[in-house]
Each structure stands twice: as structure tokens, then as C-alpha cells.
Design a protein around this ligand. Structure first.
Ligand code: DC
Length: 221
């Protein structure tokens, strides 16, 4: 049976990862975190001692990039080969170079093919994939396409709460720099035609989940 595909994009700190995971759990769907694949490749590049700004070397590393990801919202993991890097991919050294990796067109083509294969082979009735270009490139023909936004202030506050050891100012400037770098590659701040915007600025976490579930059920039932 062809799975229901839900594409969800948004900037860093919009809450898209935790919201997508919770929505997948509620609907009995798979959950695909595409940002984790870019992060895993960034980790792999660092682990191989490759200069992340050297596009040719990054492209050369793709054939040895043996990554796997858990798509069950209750069994989330990210691995490269034998290494479990679920936590390591969130470290500042990885976050600091991931935009360099994500801007390489051949990297995006390679990962997009993996994402599409993962989505089509889900064992569940549906899959929710989240990232920056899922609604526009990876699954532009998805059954439901959502842009999850939040004001910059709300996003900064949420990110700081996730990383209590980092100073607020530091977190804010890193987030802003990453948004600027990433928005050169995909426009994840404005909804493309047919994409429904859910603005979570004034919504609590559970309310955001309810709003996203409502959009999905109203379009698939
Ligand atoms: O969502 P995240 O912060 O884990 O994403 C990590 C990086 O990967 C982010 O800086 C942008 C990039 N990314 C992308 O370019 N396209 C996607 N579909 C998902 C993430």
C-alpha cells in the first residue's frame, strides 16, 4: 500500500523535530529526521579528517557514508557504520560545519534519494518527514505539506532551553548564522504554493501537536 506522506519544513528552533516525532507517534506513522542525515554526514566528514569546506573531498566521502536512522518515533537512533552517533550529531562541532555540507548540490541529491527510498519503504501507514526542503524538493507531491514557523524570539528561547550550558547570546548568534547559511540553499521561511503554515509562536507544545494533527487529518480523511 502507498504510504501517506506528510512533509514538514521549518527553521531551527521551530520545534519541528519534537513536534513531528509526537505527531508520528499519535498517528502511528514513521518519522524521518532529514537534518540528522546532514548532521551524520558532517560527523562522518570530521571523523575521516576531511576539511568540511572542501566540496570535492566531501563528495568523495559519500560512497563510504554508511548511515542508518531509526524511523520509529519510539526507537530513534542515528548510526554511521558501527558508531551510534545519536547524541554526537548535536554537538557544537558538528552543528558548526553542517551548513557547509548541506550547501553541496551532489550531497543533497545523494541524501534526497536515500530519503525517498526510506519514505517509500515505511512499514507504517504513513510517514512524516521533516527538514528544510521536504515540501518543495524531497516530497513536493506529498499528501500533506506543512511549514512550521515561530518568531525568531520564540525560536531562540526554545533553543536556549534545549542547551542550558550555552549562553543565550551565543545560542542566538549561532542560530541566526545557521539560518542565514541554510536559507541560501532552501527557502524555509515562506510557504510554497499549497503548503499550510502553522505558526507556533503563541502555541504551547501540545497545542502545536494538535494543530499539526488537525491539518493532517483534515486533508487525509
Ligand atoms: O534540522 P537540523 O538543525 O537538524 O538540520 C541540520 C542542518 O541540515 C541544517 O543546518 C540545515 C540542513 N538541512 C538541510 O539543508 N535540508 C534538510 N532537509 C534538512 C536539514
Amino acid at each position: 500500500m502507498t504510504p501517506i506522506v506528510v512533509a514538514l519544513d521549518g527553521p531551527a528552533g521551530s520545534g519541528k523535530s519534537s513536534v513531528s516525532k509526537a505527531v508520528a507517534r499519535r498517528l502511528g506513522f514513521s518519522y524521518l529526521d532529514t537534518g540528522a542525515a546532514y548532521r551524520a554526514l558532517a560527523w562522518h566528514v570530521l571523523n575521516e579528517g576531511i576539511d568540511a569546506s572542501d566540496e570535492a573531498s566531501v563528495i568523495e566521502s559519500l560512497p563510504t557514508f554508511a548511515y542508518s536512522i531509526g524511523t520509529d518515533p519510539d526507537d530513534y537512533f542515528v548510526r554511521v557504520g558501527e558508531h551510534d552517533i545519536t547524541d554526537a550529531i548535536r554537538e557544537p562541532r558538528v552543528t558548526g560545519v553542517v551548513s557547509l555540507i548541506a550547501r553541496v548540490p551532489a550531497v543533497r541529491v545523494h541524501l534526497n534519494n536515500l530519503f525517498r527510498a526510506t519514505m517509500q519503504s515505511t512499514p507504517k501507514p504513513g510517514v512524516i518527514a521533516e527538514g528544510r526542503d521536504i515540501t518543495t524538493v524531497v516530497a513536493a507531491d506529498a499528501n500533506v505539506r506543512i511549514l512550521l514557523t515561530a518568531s525568531e524570539e520564540a525560536r531562540m528561547a526554545r533553543r536556549s532551553a534545549e542547551l542550558p550550558t550555552e549562553s543565550q547570546a551565543n545560542t542566538a548568534s549561532q542560530l541566526r548564522a545557521r539560518d542565514v547559511a541554510d536559507s541560501r540553499v532552501s527557502d524555509f521561511m515562506t510557504a510554497a504554493d499549497g503548503v499550510v503554515t502553522v505558526d507556533s509562536t503563541l502555541l504551547a507544545y501540545e497545542e502545536t501537536i494538535d494543530a499539526v494533527v488537525e491539518v493532517i487529518t483534515s486533508r487525509t480523511s
